[in-house]
Design a protein around this ligand. Structure first.
Ligand code: SF4
Length: 249
């Protein structure tokens, strides 16, 4: 038989309910962002970002999963606009994984030169294509574990490919998502995988991909790394950074 706590066993039910409410109030005061409060704030942030950036999504141009994979590798430390200037030539020269795998790495380097870090990127593209040919019959794999086994493909890139190519739910934690989720006070973590899991817990699955895309667009257009443009932002009342900087709390 369960033993009762002697301190509470004689307590009047009403007194007990009132005591529990006081404890909850105190916890809310000490942790205003915990649990439901944070989740409801994130939902509001999501709706406002949707209004502000209705065009949010993958800005890279591609027609199939392999093209998206290659464009995503090229987009590291490079603007999407620059990648989109380079990829038409690249995609025409290398129409499938077999073509990249058979190419000399210098051929790829020459075309992608202007995207920066071209040696490493060319190596990753050729290496990923070779594994796709050897282990996946020439098709880009859909599973996270298979994708991240390819050279040059980390979890962030894999989420972009899975979401953009097949519509799988996933949160892409790039530099913008990391910065904004910290400033907004959505997460206290700095590790991308922990941030991803925090956001997974707070958002409905069908909004994961769209939310991270909207955060990326907001980071590029409004909440820049060096100086956030809070005067032009619709999230001020929901943003921890703004409230702290403006002594709003
Ligand atoms: S209020 Fe300022 S810091 Fe917060 S998200 Fe907007 S621009 Fe960024």
């Amino acid at each position: 038989m369960a033993r009762k706590n002697p301190a509470f066993s004689e307590e009047d039910p009403l007194a007990r309910a009132s005591r529990v409410l006081k404890i909850m109030d105190r916890l809310d005061e000490r942790h205003p962002d915990a649990g439901l409060a944070r989740a409801s704030r994130v939902l509001k942030i999501m709706d406002r970002l949707d209004e502000r950036h209705p065009d949010a999504g993958v800005a890279l141009e591609y027609r199939d999963p392999l093209q998206l994979l290659v464009a995503t590798i090229l987009s590291a430390q490079c603007t999407d606009e620059r990648v989109n200037q380079v990829t038409p030539v690249l995609f025409e020269r290398f129409p499938d994984a077999g073509a990249y795998a058979a190419a000399g790495v210098e051929e790829i380097e020459e075309i992608i030169h202007s995207t920066g870090f071209f040696r490493q990127k060319a190596k990753s593209i050729k290496g990923a294509a070779a594994v796709i040919m050897e282990r996946f019959a020439g098709e880009v794999p859909q599973e996270m574990a298979d994708l991240t086994s390819l050279p040059g493909i980390g979890r962030k890139t894999a989420n972009v490919i899975r979401g953009g190519a097949w519509g799988f739910p996933g949160i892409t934690v790039d530099t913008h998502v990391k910065r904004l989720s910290g400033r907004l006070g959505i997460t206290d973590h700095t590790d991308p995988v922990k941030i991803e899991y925090d956001l997974n817990d707070l958002l409905p699955e069908e909004r994961w991909f769209r939310f991270s895309s909207a955060l990326i667009f907001h980071g590029r257009r409004v909440c820049g790394a060096r100086k956030p443009d809070c005067a032009d932002c619709t999230l001020t009342d929901l943003c921890r950074y703004y409230l702290e900087e403006s002594d709003g709390i």
